[in-house]
Structures are given as C-alpha cells and as structure tokens.
Design a protein around this ligand. Structure first.
Ligand code: COA
Length: 279
C-alpha cells in the first residue's frame, strides 16, 4: 500500500483561512463561508493537510438520536481521487464511536454523483430520499392547537408516513430515527404541533440574525398533510418568519397537498439523498 501523502487532524480555529480557501476553490458562494464560526462552535472539524496546506475538510456532530452526522465534505479540486475524503471520514467514524454512536449519516444533493460514489466506496448505503419544499407566510388559514390532542407518541410512531420516510424524521437539518423516545423528547421540547385531530408535525422556528435567516422548519408526522402545511404558513405569518421550509418524501398524497397549499420545490430541484453506514 502506498503511504498517504497527507495527514488528517482535528481542525483548530487557526485553520479557518485554509478551510475557506478550499471551500472557495469549489463553490464561491459555499454556505460554509459565512457560517464557519457558528459551524465551528457546534461541530468537530477535521482537515487533511498536504505539504502544510489544507486540502480537504469535513465536520461531524452528534445527532439528536446520538448518532454521527457528517457534512461539509470538501476536497480541493487539485487533490481529488487521492483517498482524502475516505481518510477524513475515518475521523468521523472514530468520533461517532467515541460518543457511543453506532451509525454515521450524511446527506447529499441528488445531482452529486461523485459524492454518492465516494459515499458508497466508504461503506455508506442509501437509506432514503427527501424533497425540500418551501412556502411563504400566509394570512388566515388554520392555526396550530396547543397540546398533543389525540397524537400520542404511540400514534405518531404508527403513522403510515413513517414508512414513506423509511423510518427517519427530519429535525434540525439532520435525519434521525423515527422512534418513540425521540418523539417523546420532541414533544417535551414543545416541538410537535397539531391541527385539531387531523394532522401533526414538527415545527422548528430558526433564526440566525447574522445571516438574516428566519424560517420555520417543518416536518409532517401524522394525518392529512393539508391542514398542517396551511397552519405552518399561518404560523410563519403570525410570528414574522420569512419562510416555511421542510423535507418531505415524494408520495402522491404529499405532492398533491403541496400543490394545494401553495408550497414549491426548493430551486435546486433534486432530492436530498440520505446515506448511512454502521460504525
Ligand atoms: C466528493 C468528494 C469529496 C470526493 O473526494 P475525494 O477525496 O476525491 O474522494 P476519494 O479519493 O476518497 O474517493 C474514494 C472513492 O470514491 C469514488 N469517487 C470519488 N470521486 C469520484 C468521481 N468523481 N467519479 C467516480 N468515482 C468517484 C471512487 O470509487 C474513489 O476511489 P478510487 O479513486 O480508488 O476509484 C470531492 O469530489 C469533492 O470535494 N466534491 C465537491 C464537494 C462535494 O460535492 N462534497 C460533498 C457534499 S455531500
């Protein structure tokens, strides 16, 4: 085996310029560039260093369900196919094991074939596909009711929607296991809202003032999609959010409800492909 020409180590704050240089070499408007400080505080970053220069990076964090989530994988275009992404991922595997996680996940946009091929070659397998939708706030329409009503964690656990989502739910821009303990925690954190006894889902208001981001992230858990989606738009209007966004599976019922309630597919127009590997 040829020795590696690069070294993998945990990043420090001083690596910021080198990290941003790699990001800019790939995408000038990479979301990591304005968000780096916030991401650095909430994640473990790893970098690949070659002849004292940063040539690759990624980050990993512990998910709501105690697993690992890898993201922001970037390898400088001049240093691709040298095994750098694969080696960086080994850092995520170690970190996930250290906090007792058994699985490591990532998601990638549907068009990104090189990323999918790299993920497969590292040992991940595709475990789900979600479409991202958005809607503007809207006056009127149904409102969320307080309390869980008839939507007990057991009812939410047995929702047919769970199968459409292949056993995952989207929360906090990551995908976690759709299981009772998670539903109980979300309910305890007042994240689950319902409309009468017709539909329920996760409502997660997000504000990042520095990036002028004010959106309500939603996820449908149970019942008819329409009332929940409409109520999310009213909620956004009442609480002065600029957008409603969320990940949804592509079922006939969901697509129809999206149309009827004025939601649109987010412009990149590709599914978020979820991958998972055992560690
Ligand atoms: C995806 C990316 C991180 C891969 O980085 P990399 O360091 O080149 O990946 P590796 O060298 O570890 O590749 C491991 C294996 O993945 C597969 N692979 C990676 N890139 C590939 C490509 N462009 N075409 C075909 N297979 C590819 C190959 O099987 C490769 O093994 P091989 O070189 O021995 O054939 C890199 O292309 C990149 O930075 N892309 C832009 C940013 C991005 O899309 N990030 C992912 C967001 S989820």
């Amino acid at each position: 085996m040829t020795p590696r020409m690069f070294r993998i180590r945990r990043a420090t704050r001083r690596d910021k310029p080198g990290i941003l240089r790699v990001c800019r070499a790939i995408w000038k408007d990479d979301y990591i560039i304005p968000a780096f400080d916030r991401l650095y505080r909430a994640n473990i970053f790893f970098v690949a260093v070659k002849e004292k220069e940063i040539v690759g990076l990624l980050r990993v964090h512990k998910t709501f369900d105690g697993q690992g989530f890898m993201s922001s994988l970037r390898v400088h275009p001049k240093h691709r196919r040298e095994g750098i992404a694969t080696a960086l991922n080994e850092g995520c595997v170690r970190a996930t094991r250290q906090w007792g996680g058994r699985r490591l996940r990532l998601w990638s946009e549907g068009w990104n074939r090189p990323a999918h091929l790299a993920a497969r070659s590292m040992g991940y397998r595709e475990t789900g596909r979600f479409w991202r939708y958005r809607a503007t706030p809207k006056k009127g329409g149904p409102r969320f009711d307080s309390g869980m009503g008839s939507f007990s964690p057991t009812k939410l656990l047995n929702s047919p929607y769970r199968r459409a989502c292949r056993g995952y739910l989207a929360h906090d821009f990551e995908f976690v296991d759709w299981r009772k303990g998670i539903l109980q925690r979300l309910s305890g954190a007042n994240r689950i809202r319902r409309v009468d006894d017709t539909s329920a889902g996760i409502v997660d208001p997000r504000t990042w003032r520095r990036y002028r981001y004010r959106a309500v992230e939603v996820f449908l858990l149970s019942g008819e999609p329409g009332p929940f989606l409409s109520a999310a738009r009213s909620y956004a209007r009442d609480h002065k959010f600029r957008l409603v966004t969320g990940y949804f599976p592509k079922t006939k019922e969901v697509v129809r409800a999206m149309k009827e309630t004025g939601y649109q597919k987010v412009d990149w127009g590709h599914p978020a492909v979820l991958f998972e590997m055992r560690v």
